[in-house]
Design a binder for this molecule. Structure first.
Ligand SMILES: *Cc1c(COP(=O)(O)O)cnc(C)c1O
Length: 357
């Protein structure tokens, strides 16, 4: 085995997918499993196929193609609002897309007609997080245009919260989404199939019957892959946690002063690391870096290890408070958050180790 390596608990992911579907089904909500977190790895994707997930979403066309080629026949949703330039190719593989731009809608319509297909559209509404989506006041105008386009079917509206500004899904913004759907249906005398909310953080609203009875589609990634809901700082009680773990090898272990020495760059601020003077510390370097992981999202399995920072290829650790003695060549294991997992799965330098128990 070569290091760094990421251990992936395939069965636990499958169990989570089954359990998440069940939890949502009890509230009459369809799951769209968001699979963008593992770089299109078909061995991980198999967990979703085995769990009989029948709607998935990914942001990257390269991944989407692979899933189709692996025989997946359920719904594929284009999760990132598409680039106009990728639509001609994308419509061959997808059933549904999120959208917020009229120019993109026209490109999607044209591509769909050419491919002899109808693509379902979910218009994204920005309810405050300030990532993708039209503002509520511009929704009707975009909807009116989309309804007119051949090749597209307006399937519903959706929103995404928590991802950019970190605005939490709550009763207010979710009620607003429900109202907007109602208004659209009145205005255009039509019935929309879906209110699509995302993401993992939105599951916190499921116990509110008023909301959960109206939302009928949830796009969920993190909850299934990691069993966590980082925005609401909780673990799902019935799910398996941290199903991706990193192991990295120690390449240096020496006592060093925690304080740097010498003139600091950038107006004396250095690289803005938090550098408390703690005297002489037991410092380790593990052979993994920013191109493999997001060090903020590494949680050492053993108590007493602190992650201090990273450069491209080095992870800097403080082992002073660790009970056991480690040496150069020993391995340290970390649980990972979404961001660390995403980067590790994307890095060609991290070996993938698939575990089935
Ligand atoms: C990533 C993403 C999701 C899923 O988010 P999780 O926090 O992983 O559940 C849902 N919707 C959109 C639009 C996304 O980009």
């Amino acid at each position: 085995m070569s290091f760094p390596v990421i251990d992936i608990y395939i069965n636990k992911i499958e169990e989570n997918a089954v359990q998440m579907q069940k939890m949502l089904k009890e509230k009459n909500i369809d799951l769209t499993a968001v699979v963008k977190g593992f770089a299109g790895d078909l061995k991980v994707f198999k967990a979703f196929q085995n769990a009989a997930v029948n709607s998935i979403a990914d942001s990257r066309l390269q991944n989407i193609k692979k899933y189709r080629e692996a025989g997946y026949q359920g719904e594929i949703m284009m999760l990132r609002i598409p680039m106009p330039s990728e639509l001609e190719e994308a419509v061959k593989y997808i059933d549904t897309t999120l959208l917020s731009e009229i120019k993109t809608a026209r490109a999607a319509a044209e591509a769909a007609v050419k491919a002899n297909k109808e693509i379902k559209v979910i218009i994204m509404v920005d309810l405050g997080d300030r990532r993708e989506g039209v503002l509520a006041e511009n929704l009707q105008k975009l909807a009116a245009e989309i309804i007119k386009l051949d090749g597209l079917k307006l399937d519903g509206i959706g929103t995404n919260l928590g991802c950019f500004a970190g605005v939490l899904p709550d009763e207010n913004n979710t009620k607003k989404l429900i109202e907007l759907k109602h208004d659209l249906e009145e205005e255009f005398s039509l019935k929309l199939n879906r209110i699509s909310a995302g993401n993992t953080a939105t599951t916190i609203l499921l116990n509110n019957h008023d909301l959960s009875s109206k939302i009928n589609n949830l796009r969920i990634g993190e909850g299934i892959l990691l069993g966590t809901d980082i925005i609401n700082e909780r673990l799902f009680k019935d799910l398996n946690h941290y199903n991706f773990r990193l192991r990295a090898e120690i390449i240096e272990l020496q006592a060093k002063p925690s304080n740097p020495e010498g003139e600091m760059a950038f107006d004396g601020k250095g690289r803005n690391q938090i550098l408390k003077d703690k005297g002489l510390r037991k410092r380790a370097i593990a052979a993994v870096g920013k191109q493999d992981i997001d060090y903020h999202g590494l949680y050492p399995l053993d108590k007493g290890i602190e992650v201090l920072g990273a450069s491209s290829d080095h992870l800097i650790l403080d082992l002073t408070d660790l009970k056991k003695e480690l040496a150069v060549g020993d391995i340290i294991t970390f649980k990972m958050n979404y961001s660390a997992m995403l980067r590790a799965m994307t890095s060609a330098y991290v070996e993938k180790n698939y575990l089935y128990k």
